[in-house]
Design a protein around this ligand. Structure first.
Ligand SMILES: *Cc1c(COP(=O)(O)O)cnc(C)c1O
Length: 430
């Protein structure tokens, strides 16, 4: 295949990272269901363990099926290297792991997936890490939150669940001035709608569980590195810029340049944290990703239709979708995400918490699930489920107020989606 970067998105989503299997000619990427790989001889084994030669050792580290997926996501995001792991939450820990140490913090957007708020505000404290949450629309507040122990800025491109769109170039400029990497969770936008690296992000994380797989079959995660960040400039990232004691003194940045982060994530991150993606899971995601652009076009077209219908319905108080001209984020979304503002949004139902619960229970086509990015239309009442662990202030800040439901608009016939909402709103607000 020619240099993947010269090919268009629709071609890359099918071909990047994969070529016919050299042993059998198999056209689809085989599921390499193996734990280990036979070394040619003792010298070959030594070269692999020393990172002098790239190859397969053990599937906790690398596996050909998983590697094909990592290469494909890397190509779609325009990165230098990528690593897959067991879930989106694993990807977030894996992204932070080489950057952080006890006492270090990240500056994070308040507008995040509910589970990420919990991971950042509670669980990472056990590692001695912390997060300072800021409204990323307030650029002065983002700057003010950075201190000498900050090691990264974190945000989502299109934030789940509130229809919020981040001004990635503005945040990237702040990160660059502070000498910090910007990590963008691009799960809701997907590389089809947004390439954070092109807007200045250093690392992109994904929950491949969602649109990349696309049909709700497997959990997975990925981290893509732009390869552009200078890990040695500030002395703040010793895992990458100084001899790594957990890898017999290798200086990753010096030895591997733009691939330093990716190799560290495999050789130390996956080796010691073990948050590995399995080849069967990678196979499902490889199948799903082949149709990503087609699905995203339909997701977006349906979301626009459904959001417009809801906005004009008297039983609905408000709709927060950046694809609607009434949204305060419409202009930003049109500028940064010209192919669409995703298919995930919230709407407020007249009648508050109780009406929301009734609405969710009355829908027939929609599934009431804690997932998004499926071909099927999905709904959840965030305040009583995914965002339940958060305080009322955090719920409000995350766009998950008690009178709001979140929908992930699927790729069914839009008239059927609207008809289902129509009958359920009738019951909920009767
Ligand atoms: C689902 C999701 C995650 C977590 O991913 P898992 O695969 O469920 O671990 C993180 N960020 C966003 C935006 C998500 O939608």
């Amino acid at each position: 295949m020619t240099d993947p970067r010269q090919l268009g998105f629709d071609t890359l989503q099918i071909h990047a990272g994969a070529s016919p299997d050299p042993a059998t000619g198999a056209r689809q990427v085989p599921i390499y269901q193996t734990t280990a790989y036979v070394f040619r001889d003792a010298d070959h084994a030594a070269a692999l363990f020393n990172l002098q030669e790239v190859g397969y050792i053990y599937s906790r580290l690398t596996n050909p099926t998983v590697a094909a997926l990592a290469d494909r996501i890397c190509a779609l995001e325009g990165g230098a290297g990528a690593v897959c792991c067991s879930s989106g939450h694993a990807a977030q820990i894996m992204a932070l792991f080489p950057l952080m140490g006890p006492g270090c913090n990240i500056v994070s957007s308040t507008r995040l997936y509910g589970g990420t708020v919990t991971q950042f505000s509670q669980t990472i404290k056990r590692f001695g890490w912390s997060a300072t949450f800021v409204d990323t629309d307030d650029l002065d507040a983002v700057k003010a939150a950075i201190d000498e122990n900050t090691r990264a800025i974190f945000c989502e491109s299109i934030a789940n669940p509130g229809g919020y769109v981040t001004d990635i170039p503005a945040i990237a400029a702040i990160a660059e001035e502070a000498g910090l990497p910007l990590i963008v969770d691009n799960t809701s936008a997907t590389p089809y709608l947004c390439n954070p690296i092109a807007h200045g992000a250093t690392l992109v994380v994904h929950s491949t569980t969602k649109y990349l797989t696309g049909n709700g079959t497997v959990t997975g995660g990925a981290i893509v590195d732009s390869g552009k960040f200078d890990w040695s400039a500030s002395g703040k990232f010793p895992s990458l810029s100084e001899p790594e004691p957990a890898y017999h003194g290798l200086v990753f940045h010096e030895a591997l340049g733009p691939m330093a982060f990716t190799f560290h994530s495999i050789a130390v991150g996956l080796r010691d944290l073990g948050m590995t993606m399995n080849p069967q899971g990678a196979h499902y995601t490889l199948l799903g990703i082949e149709t990503l652009s087609l699905r995203m076009q339909k997701h977006v077209a349906n979301a626009v239709k459904v959001a417009e219908w809801l906005e004009n319905d008297p039983r609905v108080e408000s709709v927060t979708y950046a694809g609607l001209p009434s949204s305060p984020y419409f202009d930003r979304a049109s500028r940064l995400y010209p192919k669409g503002a995703g298919a995930l949004f919230t709407f407020a139902v007249k009648g508050g918490f109780d009406a929301c619960v009734k609405l969710v229970d009355s829908l027939k086509l929609f599934s009431h699930v804690a997932n998004l990015g499926d071909t099927r239309s999905l709904i959840i009442h965030s305040a009583s489920t995914t965002h339940r662990q958060l305080s009322p202030e955090q719920q409000e800040a995350a766009g998950a107020a008690p009178n709001m439901v979140r929908v992930s608009i699927g790729i069914e016939d839009p008239d059927d989606i609207i008809a289902d909402l129509d009958q359920a709103l009738a019951t909920a607000t009767a």
